[in-house]
Design a protein around this ligand. Structure first.
Ligand SMILES: *[C@@H]1O[C@H](CO)[C@@H](O)[C@H](O)[C@H]1NC(C)=O
Ligand SMILES: *[C@@H]1O[C@H](CO)[C@@H](O)[C@H](O)[C@H]1NC(C)=O
Ligand SMILES: [Ca+2]
Ligand SMILES: [Ca+2]
Length: 164
């Protein structure tokens, strides 16, 4: 009887854990607040569209798409926004490369927002980044661990920010 209770308790724990992982942000997923193209989440005064499909990244092209949705490639203004986006990415099980709209193209080491050329607001780099590896890392990817400068043309996902 005691064994049975322990078994049931363990089973309950496993189920709870599994359900916890079935976050609305599973990738790809349904009912995650998005459409076929983007996973959509809201925070503060912005909506964030995380592209579902990895494609060769191009700052102008992807920023153009974000503009088509009423926004721009992700800009990070402050610590809370940074933590929010990284928290969401952490919940998405797919760990593929995700680009922001932050770049230092044409101004090595000085990072700015591609869309409006304003200086990057808040840069939480991963340890030992940015390193401008091989002198050709001018775009910025984001993950649960922070930001990293990376070359611009990789096949990856990207995030649009839409002001509400
Ligand atoms: C941080 O930035 C976000 C996005 O621009 C904004 O909605 C939020 O109000 C800001 N928070 C603080 C504490 O400034
Ligand atoms: C993206 O940036 C992170 C730093 O947060 C880095 O560790 C990671 O390897 C990068 N992702 C890819 C797929 O290159
Ligand atoms: Ca660089
Ligand atoms: Ca780097």
């Amino acid at each position: 009887m005691a064994l049975l209770s322990i078994f049931l308790l363990l089973a309950a724990l496993v189920i709870t854990t599994v359900q916890g992982n079935l976050s609305p942000l599973r990738w790809p997923g349904r009912g995650d607040g998005g459409d076929a193209t983007y996973i959509t989440v809201k925070y503060g005064n912005s909506k964030y569209l995380i592209s579902r499909k990895a494609e060769p990244f191009d700052l102008a092209k992807m920023n153009g798409r974000c503009r088509g949705s009423g926004g721009y490639l992700l800009q990070i203004d402050n610590r809370t926004e940074d933590s929010y986006v990284r928290y969401k990415l952490k919940k998405i099980r797919d760990r593929s490369l995700v680009y922001t709209g932050i770049t230092d193209l044409g101004s090595e080491g000085r990072f700015y927002n591609y869309n409006d050329k304003t200086p990057a607001g808040y840069l939480k780099w991963r340890r030992r980044q940015p390193d401008n590896w091989r002198g050709k890392e001018h775009c910025v990817n984001i993950s649960r661990w922070g930001l990293n400068d990376i070359d611009c043309g990789r096949t990856a996902r990207y995030i649009c920010e839409i002001p509400l």
